[in-house]
Design a binder for this molecule. Structure first.
Ligand SMILES: Cc1cc2nc3c(=O)[nH]c(=O)nc-3n(C[C@H](O)[C@H](O)[C@H](O)COP(=O)(O)OP(=O)(O)OC[C@H]3O[C@@H](n4cnc5c(N)ncnc54)[C@H](O)[C@@H]3O)c2cc1C
Length: 301
């Protein structure tokens, strides 16, 4: 169950009680505020709070540029200019606070993004719920033969059934032992902070995650990318939808320059120039390694 009835009641209460404010609000974000969006089988993301909008980015930028920048007068143009030139601090003026429920193995990847503030559910203090991520059959994939850090085709037949059985059975057995160890029914009961070490990495945890827009874009650039693991990418994809409504101009520039754009090395630019002049350039004559050439071909199609 992604949301508990108590959490849903809290969301309904918050959404039914709007407060007047003098602060800038982003209408696109107001529609998302507090609402939980399901991710994976038991997870979700929801916006708890936010600060700033597209205008806040421009307001901050204009402090540094003053009135002198006639060429970047309109907000969308200014935001595109900032994104293009890696003038990143104006994007840090916007912040978002998310409540995320996610499997522990996804949390381990997520927490590597150090430029955020995190407050996690305490498994020392509280008892974890009996909820485990079990992949859908089409996501139960074999090891990729071309990428050590990736997956290939979905498992099928007896192997798929056996793997699913292991995932479900092992998780259930570990949780049964966890519950038995912490129980104080007729025994002392092992401390929760110790008993949790028996739990599998597909159990769900929850946290509040606060990050500014610049660092959020960095997170999304890496985790909404097709090379990111599916189980974290679905969270990043869901966050992208919210951000697109929150700061449409900034998100548009991010999509264009970062998600859809590419960085070329000087060797790659040289090859491109030679190609445009009609020269037939191959990997052997490019000066690039096979891997670089493959990625370069991916960029230029
Ligand atoms: C596809 C993929 C595969 C990966 N594989 C692995 C792996 O096999 N093993 C592994 O360990 N990790 C792996 N990672 C994690 C990766 O190395 C980064 O730790 C993670 O993406 C966070 O990025 P970051 O450090 O740029 O982000 P943040 O921690 O948010 O930092 C943002 C930026 O702030 C600066 N910064 C933050 N902290 C410091 C600091 N202490 N010192 C200097 N500069 C700092 C850096 O410029 C950094 O880019 C992988 C990530 C991806 C996307």
């Amino acid at each position: 169950m992604p949301m508990t009835p108590e959490q849903q009641a809290e969301i309904d209460e918050l959404r039914s009680n709007p407060q007047p404010t003098l602060r800038a609000v982003a209408p696109g974000m107001e529609q998302h505020l507090y609402t939980a969006y399901d991710v994976l089988d038991h997870g979700f993301i929801r916006v708890i709070d936010y600060m700033g909008d597209d205008a806040a980015i421009c307001q901050a930028a204009r402090v540094s540029y003053g009135k002198g920048t006639k060429s970047v007068q309109n907000d969308a143009g200014l935001i595109r200019y900032l994104m293009r030139h890696w003038h990143s601090t104006p994007f840090e003026m916007c912040e978002i606070k998310l409540h995320v429920k996610l499997p522990v193995f996804v949390a381990r990847q997520w927490i590597r993004h150090r430029t955020a503030n995190v407050n996690e559910y305490s498994a020392r203090y509280s008892i974890l719920d009996r909820e485990f991520y079990i992949p859908e059959p089409d996501k139960l994939a074999a090891q990729s033969v071309i990428n050590n850090q990736g997956r290939g085709e979905a498992l099928t037949g007896e192997e798929a059934a056996r793997v699913l059985e292991y995932l479900k059975g092992d998780a259930a057995r570990c949780y049964d032992h966890y519950a038995e160890m912490i129980s104080d029914d007729g025994q002392q009961g092992l401390a929760r902070e110790l008993a949790r070490m028996n739990l599998p990495a597909n159990i769900y945890t929850q946290w509040y995650w606060k990050v500014d827009l610049h660092n959020l874009f960095h997170f999304l650039r890496l985790r909404a990318d097709s090379h990111a693991q599916y189980e974290i990418r679905v969270y990043a994809d869901e966050i992208c939808k919210v951000v697109a409504d929150w700061v449409p101009a900034a998100y548009g520039a991010f999509e264009d320059y970062r998600m859809g754009g590419a960085t070329l090395s000087s060797k790659a630019i040289d090859c491109l120039r030679r190609m445009l002049k009609g020269e037939e350039v191959t990997q052997e004559t490019s000066g690039m390694s096979k891997g670089e050439w493959r990625e370069f071909e991916g960029v230029i199609g």
